[in-house]
Ligand binder design. Structure first.
Ligand code: M6P
Ligand code: ZN
Length: 191
C-alpha cells in the first residue's frame, strides 16, 4: 500500500487529436478585437468590425509558479480565422522578458504562419500546418497569424521564468506583417 500511495493520476490531460487541455487550475485568457486595438495596420477596417469578436484564446498550465527558474509551462492557443482589412487575425506577439529563453510551438489544426523577429528587427515566417514543429530561439519575438479558413490550434512549451515583454512590440511592432495579397499569405515589410 505504501508503494501505491506514491502513484498519483496525472492532473492535466491533452486531447492530442484536438490539442485541448483539461484539468484543474488551468489558466485561461482570450483577446477580442476591442482588446487588440492598435495591433492591426488598418484602423478603419478594425473599427468597422464587431469589437466583441474573439480573435484568440489561450489555456495554459503552470505546474510551478511564474518566474520559477528552470520550470516549464504548457499552453494551447486557438486563433480564429478572419482578417482586419487584408491582415490576418493574429496574436499580440512578444519577446521573452528574459531574452535568452526559447520556446516550442507545435501545430495541431488549421494553417498559419509563425512570424519571427530578431532584435535587429529582421523578420521571417515559418508556415504552420498540422504536425509542424517550430523552435523559437531566444531573443526572438514571436507571433502567429491564422491564414486559413478554420481555427488554427497550436501548443506551446516555454520556460516558467521567460516572462512576456509586450511593450517592445507595442512600441515598434514587427518588421513585417502577414497580409493577404491576391489570396496568398504574404510577408509585407513595414520598414
Ligand atoms: C502561446 C505562448 C504563450 C502566449 C500565447 C499567446 O501559447 O507563447 O506564452 O501567451 O501563445 O501569445 P501572446 O501572449 O503573444 O498574445
Ligand atoms: Zn513566448
Amino acid at each position: 500500500m505504501t508503494g501505491n500511495s506514491q502513484i498519483l493520476p496525472a492532473s492535466v490531460h491533452v486531447d492530442w487529436l484536438r490539442a485541448r487541455l483539461k484539468g484543474p487550475d488551468l489558466h485561461e485568457s482570450q483577446k477580442t478585437l476591442a482588446q487588440l486595438r492598435g495591433l492591426f495596420k488598418d484602423a478603419a477596417a478594425h473599427s468597422a468590425l464587431d469589437p466583441e469578436q474573439i480573435v484568440y484564446r489561450v489555456r495554459w498550465w503552470e505546474p510551478v509558479p511564474a518566474n520559477t527558474e528552470a520550470g516549464l509551462f504548457w499552453g494551447v492557443t486557438e486563433v480564429e480565422p478572419g482578417r482586419v482589412g487584408d491582415e490576418y487575425f493574429m496574436t499580440r506577439g512578444h519577446f521573452h522578458a528574459k531574452r535568452d529563453r526559447a520556446e516550442y510551438y507545435g501545430t495541431v489544426e488549421g494553417s498559419g504562419m509563425l512570424i519571427l523577429m530578431n532584435e535587429k528587427r529582421e523578420t521571417r515566417a515559418e508556415a504552420m500546418s498540422p504536425g509542424s514543429l517550430h523552435y523559437i530561439p531566444g531573443s526572438t519575438a514571436h507571433r502567429v497569424a491564422n491564414t486559413g479558413e478554420s481555427a488554427l490550434v497550436f501548443w506551446a512549451c516555454w520556460p516558467s521564468d521567460a516572462g512576456h515583454d509586450y511593450a517592445t512590440i507595442e512600441a515598434q511592432g514587427f518588421g513585417a506583417r502577414m497580409m493577404d495579397r491576391c489570396g496568398l499569405p504574404t510577408l509585407v515589410s513595414e520598414i
